[in-house]
Structure formats: C-alpha cells, structure tokens
Design a protein around this ligand. Structure first.
Ligand code: NDP
Length: 267
C-alpha cells in the first residue's frame, strides 16, 4: 500500500497538500493548531492526531507547512524524540540559513531532513502548474519521491538544505521586481489618466511576455561573462535616463530603476 503521510499545518496550503495525499489513497494523519481546520479532511478519510507527537509517530513521512520557522520549531520541539528515523519535509517558507539550521537540528535527532519551496498556490497543488523545489537529504527525497510527486513537479536541487529556499526566494524576488516595474509603468501612464486595466491588457502584458523571451540570452551573457558592446551600453544608459527623467517630470518616483542604472553605469 501507499506510505502513510502526516501533514502538520492545515492553513490554505497545508489543506491542499493533505488533500493531494488523501486523493491518491495515502493513509493521511493531520494536525493543526486550530483543530477545526482538520474537519473537512477527516470527512475525506484523514486521521486527526490529538498532539504533534502523535502526528509525528503516525508516519515515516512528515510534511510541515506553517507560517514560519519559529512556528515549525515551536511545534516540533516538544515532539523531537519521535522524529528519529523519519523523514521531515519542511515546506514552510523561510531563509536558506533557517533551512540549514533546521537540517542540523533534525540530523542531531536522527531524522532525515528535506527542505522545500512551493512555487505554486493552493488551487494548483497536484497539477502540472505546481513546481516544488527540494534540497537536503537525497535519501529521504528518493525514498518518498512518489508521494512528493503528487504535490506537483518535484525538483531536487542538492544536498545543501538551503538550496530550495535560495532558489525559491530568488524566484520570488524576480516576481516582485516585475510587479514593481508594472506598478511603475501603470503609475507613469496613469499621470495622463490612462486606465490601468486597459494599458495592462493591451500593452503591458504582451510586452512583458515578449521580453521574457530575452532572458535566456541575458543569462548566457552572464554565464560566459561576455563583454557588452559599447553601443549597447550607451543605448541602455540613454533609455534608463529617459525613463527616470520622464517619470520624474510626470511626478512618479521611478525609484525601482535607479539601482539598475547604477549597475549599468558600472559595467
Ligand atoms: P495560512 O495563513 O493559510 O496558514 C498558516 C498556518 O500556520 C496555519 O495552519 C496556522 O495555524 C499555522 N501557524 C501559524 N503560526 C503558528 C504557530 N505559532 N504555531 C502553530 N501553528 C501556526 O498560510 P498558508 O497555508 O498559505 O502558508 C503556509 C506556508 O506555505 C507559508 O510558509 C507560506 O509562505 C507557504 N506558501 C504559501 C503559498 C500560498 O499561496 N498560500 C504559496 C507558497 C508557499 P492556525 O490554523 O491555528 O492559525
């Protein structure tokens, strides 16, 4: 039969994770601080653990997904003795350093630790749109990859437990950079009463889509440390200066472009 799985933390994400395991027929034990959040899962066949220690003791694979690492350690600390010999997969968002510290902590308890970064939202868990990054114990990842693959496309990045967080946060940073640029663009045309929705649908989204296609070329330049031509440097400098000057003249800060201009000035 399928491996028994325990899911600790039944927020929006934890519920989606537990549902994916249940739907695939895994015996699933659940625990949440606010016990009532387990009710819909129990209706579907999950077993409600009364304590975290009981939840940990129920399965060889423990998946934790709560708000932050302080919550993870607050919960697992009192159940530490039960962790020996089990695989702990922590899908809580945190820093690379927090992941490494947790891996050390788990190793001292005799547990196999895998850290994960969920590149998905709860409704896409269990679909091909969900990508989950993992790092840490290769052995635990291999042993439980069939179960973990139920959550989305699994990518194992290496045995340094911090790698999943590092990649997760790098990707989130790129996303926020794009959002910052989009807000700035909307603010710039907004000074002339152009509606955000119309601008976004007709111009911004198609433009950003076509610019995403340029990223592999940019990455290749970084990898090969290729020298950027003097002509292109000049063109980029003029464009950035024009963006900043026009934004300022229209009363928009354009602060987000300033660091890019500083980088370009130094290359
Ligand atoms: P929710 O706010 O829906 O749920 C938070 C969960 O953490 C609840 O189970 C809550 O318990 C628990 N919790 C918070 N503080 C404590 C504490 N001190 N002790 C015990 N339990 C605690 O958040 P999500 O489920 O959306 O997010 C969970 C993790 O998943 C986060 O790290 C988030 O970054 C990550 N994630 C979420 C995504 C999303 O789109 N939602 C996408 C990618 C990653 P209680 O129910 O009792 O409050």
């Amino acid at each position: 039969g399928s491996t028994p799985v325990t899911v600790i933390g039944l927020g929006a994400m934890g519920q989606a994770l537990a549902t994916a395991f249940l739907d695939a027929g895994h015996p699933t034990t659940v625990w949440n601080r606010t016990a009532a959040k387990a009710d819909p899962l129990v209706t579907k066949g999950a077993v409600r653990a009364e304590t975290v220690a009981e939840a940990v003791a129920a399965s060889p694979l423990i998946v934790v997904c709560v708000l932050d690492y302080a919550a993870v350690h607050g919960l697992l600390g009192p159940a530490a003795e039960e962790l020996s010999g089990r695989a702990l997969v922590n899908l809580t968002n945190g820093t690379a350093q927090e992941a490494r510290t947790s891996a050390q902590w788990a190793a001292e308890l005799g547990a196999e630790y895998v850290d994960g970064g969920i590149m998905a939202i709860p409704p896409t868990i269990g679909t091909p749109d969900s990508v989950i990054l993992y790092s840490g114990s290769q052995q635990a990842f291999n042993t439980h990859s069939t179960a973990l693959d139920l959550l989305g496309a699994s990518k194992f990045l290496g045995t340094d437990a911090g790698l999943a967080s590092l990649h997760d946060l790098a990707l989130l940073g790129a996303m926020y950079g794009m959002f910052a640029g989009a807000y700035n663009a909307i603010a710039m045309v907004g000074t002339e009463k152009v509606a955000a929705a119309e601008f976004t649908d007709e111009l911004l989204v198609p433009w950003l889509r076509s610019m995403v296609a340029v990223l592999p070329m940019l990455a290749e330049e970084v990898d090969s440390a290729a020298a950027v031509s003097e002509e292109r440097k000049l063109v980029e400098r003029v464009a950035l200066t024009n963006i900043i000057d026009t934004a300022k003249a229209q009363g928009v800060a354009a602060n987000f472009v300033n660091p890019l201009q500083a980088i370009k000035d130094n290359t």
